[in-house]
Design a protein around this ligand. Structure first.
Ligand code: ADX
Length: 236
């Protein structure tokens, strides 16, 4: 008999870090990992986790160019989700890069590591029933798919493509980074001289050149309502 409180399958997370895992009979119960950077052997124990989860967790994954409006819209959506019950956790690229991803740069490898870390944490929080709001450029489709797989083990994954054009982002240039990128002072800037792969099938696509941020937030909330992920707003 499977008891979901005490039994269940022990699972080891698909590694988001720059390590390759290998499991042999000798390593049963733990995973031997080789750190690609140091060559050091790491023994990562599998934890006696269960399949338990708090229902209703989901991750709202914003993708789009720097300055597209991801964070602005996320900060409008988050409080309105909390008003309806779930606890919101933000995993924003700019913030994550000050701790969890500190030291990572903007090569494809580093961006992938950043996104896989965010995906891994988002999956853990989703398991606990949180409403996770991730907002990172996340320029590569394959890496976004990896994040989706991690999260969907525990809950729903919703991609929001904030589809602001390079022209518009550079016109706004809130952080002054596009000007530097166009002058060649920053190399490998997404949308200028580094790729951005548009999501082929996002759950929500926001055209910020057509909608004000609050309208965009409402479109997202409406999608979450329709999917039954948040209750409809209670009107007095
Ligand atoms: S991601 O590519 O790994 O998803 P992330 O969202 O965490 O990127 O960080 C993007 C932020 O870093 C941008 O909003 C910008 O402020 C800053 N940044 C610095 N250098 C670059 C660069 N070369 N390309 C894009 N963003 C950069």
């Amino acid at each position: 008999m499977t008891n979901s409180n005490t039994g269940g399958t022990s699972r080891f997370p698909q590694t988001p870090l720059p390590w390759s895992a290998s499991r042999t009979g000798r390593d049963r119960g733990r995973s031997r990992m080789t750190n690609a950077n140091t060559g050091e052997h790491i023994y990562a124990h599998e934890h006696p986790e269960t399949e338990r989860r708090r229902d209703g967790g989901f991750t709202l994954w914003f993708t789009g160019l720097s300055g597209s409006g991801k964070t602005t819209i996320a900060h409008l959506v988050g409080p309105q989700i909390e008003e309806r019950g779930p606890i919101v956790e933000y995993l924003d690229g700019d913030t994550v890069r000050t701790h969890l991803s500190k030291g990572l740069g903007f090569s494809k490898e580093d961006r992938d590591a950043n996104i896989e870390r965010i995906g891994w944490v988002a999956a853990r929080l989703t398991r606990h029933g949180a409403a996770v709001i991730a907002a990172a450029i996340s320029p590569y489709e394959e890496t976004r798919q990896k994040a989706r797989q991690l999260v969907e083990e525990w809950g729903t994954f919703v991609v929001v493509h904030v589809a602001t054009s390079v022209e518009e982002c550079s016109r706004r240039d809130v952080k002054g980074l596009y000007e530097k990128a166009f002058k060649g002072e920053i190399k490998g800037f997404t949308g200028v001289d580094d790729p951005y792969e548009e999501p082929s099938n996002p759950e929500v696509r926001i055209d910020t050149e057509q909608h004000e941020p609050e309208e965009s937030a409402q479109l997202i909330l409406q999608h979450l309502e329709e999917r039954g992920l948040i209750p409809a707003r209670v009107t007095a």
